[in-house]
Write a new protein. Structure first.
Length: 309
């Protein structure tokens, strides 16, 4: 039943995405046609009532070009339309869309001018100057409508990211309450080591080591051939350098679910995260006491969301 509901939800999102894509392309093509109708390039003023037929044809060519560009982006450049990859991906994809679609629209309109509209206007004959003229006009109009969509999508996704970050912070506080020292019996059952519920010793490749309370650990950072262990103790933030790898630290701390790998160079104690901050470029974990901002790599964002969810 759950699988069926997930499939239905996925299908609904796909249909909504397709409808929105069609709506965007129709509005964009209509904007270009309206601008052409106002300024009447290509000798349209010579055609009287036939000009409306030519405008409808150009509108159809614009939609055809959008369809062809979507196919190129999805299958040739391997950039499918996705609203789940963040605002940076959407903006980057739209930029590539314009770079492909604008010359393609100009070519189709240029060919239409040559084969259909050259009867009354000699300047519509196929030539390099003809194409460049069409390209400049379409590029300017595409740039204008592109600014509108860029602003609209950026505003929408930034609002969505802020809401998602707010929910993640709520889940983080809930997780921290559940893992608080008041639930020490539950934590003992999870790690099955009575003496290690309070302290742990992290060993380096040589004789150096650091013993700390697991609740005081803030984060671990990879620094060349060393790791920097940052902890909060007696009101101060202390750091210790150990000659070790992040893999060794992961193996040592794997029994503690609140300590997670959020980046190639960082492990954090979620119990010591003050808040999660996010923008269009990256997600960061702001640590208590030190107020250091620890980056979350893109590959670990979904992992963190699942953990908090």
């Amino acid at each position: 039943m759950v699988v069926l509901q997930n499939c239905i939800t996925f299908a609904d999102r796909m249909n909504q995405g397709h409808r929105e894509t069609i709506n965007i392309r129709v509005i964009s093509s209509a904007f270009i046609v309206m601008a052409i109708a106002v300024f009447k390039p290509f000798g349209l003023e010579m055609w009287q009532w036939q000009a409306y037929i030519h405008l409808l044809s150009i509108f159809a060519l614009g939609l055809l070009s959008c369809f062809l560009t979507e196919v190129i982006l999805k299958y040739a450049i391997c950039m499918p339309r996705s609203y789940d990859r963040g605002v940076s991906y959407v903006i980057s994809r739209n930029l590539r869309f314009q770079c492909i679609n604008t010359p393609l629209v100009a070519l189709l309109v240029c060919l239409y001018r040559h084969f259909v509209m050259s009867e009354l206007v000699e300047g519509n004959k196929l030539s390099l100057s003809n194409y460049l003229e069409t390209l400049v006009i379409i590029a300017f109009l595409s740039f204008a409508i592109g600014l509108y969509w860029r602003f609209k999508f950026r505003s929408r996704y930034l609002a969505a990211e802020l809401e998602e970050t707010r929910l993640m912070n709520e889940q983080l506080k809930k997780l921290q309450r559940e893992a608080s020292p008041d639930l020490s019996e539950r934590r003992v059952e999870m790690i099955d080591q009575e003496e290690s519920k309070d302290t742990i010793t992290l060993m380096g490749a040589t004789s150096e080591s650091v013993t700390l309370k697991i609740l005081d650990l803030l984060y671990i950072e990879a620094v060349g051939n060393y790791v920097k262990v940052t902890q909060h103790n007696d009101g101060d933030v202390h750091t210790t350098m150990l000659r070790a790898t992040m893999k060794q630290m992961e193996d040592t701390l794997q029994a503690y679910p609140m300590i997670v790998r959020c980046h190639r160079a960082f492990m954090v104690n979620l119990g010591q995260v003050e808040q999660i901050s996010s923008n269009s470029r990256a997600m960061q974990l702001v640590m208590c006491h030190s107020h250091d901002a620890i980056p979350v790599s893109r590959g670990n964002v979904n992992k963190l969301k699942e953990l908090l969810g």
